[in-house]
Design a protein around this ligand. Structure first.
Ligand SMILES: NC(=O)c1ccc[n+]([C@@H]2O[C@H](COP(=O)([O-])OP(=O)(O)OC[C@H]3O[C@@H](n4cnc5c(N)ncnc54)[C@H](O)[C@@H]3O)[C@@H](O)[C@H]2O)c1
Length: 282
């Protein structure tokens, strides 16, 4: 998709962090934008910064198929054809496999994986039917290409986002429809991701207090995100440039490439991959 002006984007998780930056970047490139998020107060605050004639906010829970279907209907009624679908909403319960609860798995699979599935099911038929150039931009993470210890749930769901994106790329190419696919794989950047529990559904709250090991992992990764060198705005700009170039994988953080190369070299050599976050012994 080379032309942005006058086209319409839908961005999920648009009330904060990368989603808000993507929505703003779409507006700056002349698009109409539909902002979807589960947090109605943050969505209202985000909307207050947008031009009302070119923006629409729709409270949405991406883990619910009906909610995303309603989002698609609102978006279609207001702006007609949708050209860019940014499946970006995500949550990041941290901890090892042992420290992760079934509620963590259900929450993250619901948002990170089923949110993507619901977005594709609700929007792709319309994008195929209108026949104009269109694009799907899925936010994974570098955790979709590497699998460091201490992030069992997050790594698993983000690998699924990369796998589904690649599958979709092949299927759309086979069907010869003008819909591109990109999967965005950033490393840590500052956002509210570490405070994700604020919107965790009541039925998926953890009943037991979080253990010391999990607390330590959460604190380490929140600090790494806060210290991230690229901002959400930087990543949104790189992402839209990637969409314009029809890039499949978008890797905003250059320094992460060597770790990815190392992992795939280990895999091809049938060696156990190194843990990219492991601290040196001693
Ligand atoms: N921050 C990082 O370091 C980092 C790194 C790599 C990838 N990512 C990914 O970037 C994406 C955006 O995260 P962020 O860092 O901007 O975090 P964020 O918490 O600032 O923004 C995420 C938004 O998603 C919304 N959301 C959560 N559950 C939802 C649901 N069920 N339905 C609709 N919206 C929901 C939240 O309300 C929030 O507004 C996520 O997919 C995340 O996994 C983040």
């Amino acid at each position: 998709m080379h032309t942005f002006a006058g086209r319409t984007a839908v961005v999920t998780g648009a009330a904060s962090g990368l989603g808000l930056a993507l929505a703003s970047a779409c507006l700056a490139r002349g698009m109409n934008v539909v902002l979807a998020d589960i947090d109605p107060a943050a969505l209202e605050a985000a909307m207050a910064t947008m031009p009302p004639a070119r923006a629409l906010a729709v409270p949405t829970d991406v883990s619910e198929a009906r909610s995303v279907a309603a989002l698609a209907e609102h978006a279609r009624r207001r702006f007609g054809a949708i050209h860019l679908l940014a499946n970006n909403a995500g949550v990041a319960p941290m901890g090892s496999l042992e420290d992760s609860t079934i509620a963590d798995w259900q929450w993250a699979i619901g948002v990170n994986l089923m949110g993507l599935v619901h977005g594709l099911k609700a929007f792709l038929p319309g994008m195929r039917a209108h026949g104009e150039a269109a694009h799907v931009l899925n936010t994974a993470s570098v955790a979709g290409l590497l699998a460091p210890g201490g992030m069992a749930v997050y790594n698993t769901t983000k690998h699924a986002v990369v796998a589904l994106s690649e599958t979709l790329l092949h299927e759309l190419q086979e069907d010869r429809v003008p819909i591109g696919v990109s999967v965005l794989c950033p490393a840590w950047f500052p956002s509210r991701l570490a405070e994700g529990d604020r919107m965790r559904p009541a039925g998926l709250q953890n009943r037991e207090p979080v253990g010391a090991a999990r607390k330590a992992t959460e604190a380490r990764l929140a600090a790494a995100a806060a210290a991230g060198r690229l901002s959400a705005q930087d990543i949104a700009t790189i992402a839209l440039d990637g969409v314009a170039a029809n890039a499949f994988i978008i890797l905003p953080h250059e320094r992460i490439r060597s770790a990815i190369e190392g992992r795939f070299a280990d895999i091809i050599a049938c060696k156990s991959p190194r843990d990219p976050l492991a601290r040196p012994a001693g």
